[in-house]
Design a protein around this ligand. Sequence first.
Ligand code: PMP
Length: 362
Amino acid sequence: QAQRAYNFNAGPSALPLAVLEKAQQELVDFKGTGMSVMELSHRSAAYEQVHNQAIASLKELMGIPEEYHVLFLQGGASTQFAMIPMNFLPQGKKAGYVVTGSWSEKALKEAKMFGDTYTIASTKETNHNRIPKLDELAYEENTAYVHVTSNNTIFGTEWFTFPDTGDLPLIADMSSDILSHPIDASKFAMIYAGAQKNLGPSGVTVAIVRPDMLERANENVPTMLRYDTHVKNNSLYNTPPTFGIYMLGLVLEWAKEQGGLAGIEKMNREKAALIYDAIDQSEGFYKGHAEKDSRSLMNITFRLASEELEKEFLAEAKQAGFVGLNGHRSVGGCRASTYNAVPYETCKALSEFMINFQKKNA
Ligand code: PMP
């Protein structure tokens, strides 16, 4: 049995052990082809099967309407920050962004390079410790689309109820919570995510696009940066990240075995509760960054009384085998990323460590 770390990395992050073992089994001879998936032509039947199965599995798991396009792109979610306005922000219209953290800020910054934008709401004033209430959101006339970041990886907040934007296309960066709980995919004109948290290894970016978005897309966009290029070619216009897509497919099969997104949400709630309870029952020894009703199930951010104590906590945690607990510099303190593949036992071990550390240091 492999010695697995208590991995709380924010991304790339833990993958299911069963997935890694399956990939290991198939590494040098994939289904009798005499080669690794990495060595297959992306035009071969064996690869095409992997590719199309991954698309079908994602549609099934997320309940994505049949007509939507599922694309496998490269360049990370960061490239989507630019591709979205390049394609979907025409002259004379404005793109609206809800700014709930550093990633939304970055998405907005890219959009500004291509057209008019506005901030629908921002939580910057309180260092992004909450998700805006739906009644704080007001849309201006001539809005091309509304952009939200469904989970704020750095600050540890997450949307559970999305705004009803009516006819305005709703676009969500779901990089850090895709596949973590059921959503109504039909509410979204587009969903995108870098794969390296809940979907698989880094190098694949998933984009899910409603067909009518392509009809209104801008014309003068370079070939590789146009969504319709990838739609027309089933994400095989050029060489896709084949091994990453294969891994993604294995993760999706694993997700089905966990009872789909409902089963996964149940596990995620139990895992997060272990750590949030340790915070809430600490009588202020640990202070959560996010307001309770905005708390992320994926990234749990908390502080201790002083930076000194935080240093000690992190050093002892490291000694005890915990990886990735340092908070991002813009929040400080600690962050435990409890993505789908982080086992319950790993979260249990952290909550016990937290309780013991408090006993020793309170
Ligand atoms: N959006 C969110 C919510 C993220 O967490 C990240 C990465 N941590 C990104 C976008 C950027 O993703 P990438 O590194 O794939 O460009």
